[in-house]
Design a protein around this ligand. Structure first.
Ligand code: SAM
Length: 207
């Protein structure tokens, strides 16, 4: 019986496809290590990261998203814009931080409008809790920052509580307009519905 050839999904332009999903990524093969490096977790349709990559051509960006349709959309837009400093990884955010990215790699990690899992029985699925904060701290450089926004007041309070009991990241103030920070697709959607977003900014100490 003839054996049919193995099928492989073709990668998208600007998609980062690890050769080995079980080992640390050799980041220097994909990004210049001398440049600042930022990660957008759960990038969705990518409006935020695409604007950031255009605004900061001297910085490198990795967007992480688990849905293939969204990954394809961001890759297509990134190609049309001719961006050389953005790569898209189709993978789960916590796994990426825990197992794929090297330690002390990122200057900033963005987690914007993540799923709030509002029902109490689903709270354990929320990303913003100790394993995530441990993984963020591992991947951030000393002095690096986690930036988080949510439209969900209960998820915001939950995140403040988790951050306050986590000694290795220190909350810092974040006033709208402090620095260039484009709105995400979901932020625009929530604001159009009259909702207000709350943001958290947390810094890893230098030593
Ligand atoms: C509510 S949307 C927000 C998208 C974007 N950050 C924005 O603000 O427009 C959440 C996105 O995160 C993705 N996502 C949720 N959990 C994820 C996970 N654990 N790993 C990777 N992507 C995830 C979803 O597929 C979705 O695209």
């Amino acid at each position: 019986m003839a054996i049919s050839p193995q099928r492989t999904r073709p990668s998208e332009p600007n998609e980062l496809v690890p050769l080995d999903y079980f080992s640390e990524l050799p980041l220097e093969q994909f990004f210049d290590p001398d440049r600042a490096f930022e990660i957008d977790l759960g990038c969705g349709d990518g409006k935020f990261v695409l604007e950031m990559a255009q605004h900061y051509p001297e910085r490198n960006f990795l967007s992480v998203e688990r849905l293939l349709g969204r990954v394809r959309k961001v890759c297509r837009r990134s190609k049309n814009l001719g961006l050389k400093n953005l790569k898209v990884l189709r993978l789960e955010s916590l796994y990426t931080l825990e197992w794929l990215l090297p330690a002390e790699a990122a200057d900033r990690i963005h987690l914007l409008c993540p799923d709030p899992w509002p029902k109490a029985k689903h709270h354990r699925r929320r990303l913003f809790q100790e394993p995530f904060l441990n993984a963020v701290t591992r991947v951030l450089k000393g002095g690096g920052e986690l930036l988080f926004k949510t439209d969900h007041p209960d998820y915001y309070d939950w995140s403040v509580e988790h951050l306050d009991s986590f000694a290795r990241l220190e909350k810092s103030p974040w006033t709208e307009g402090d620095f260039f920070y484009p709105k995400t697709d979901f932020q625009l959607q929530w604001e159009a519905e009259g909702k207000t977003l709350q943001g958290l900014r947390a810094r890893k100490s230098v030593n």
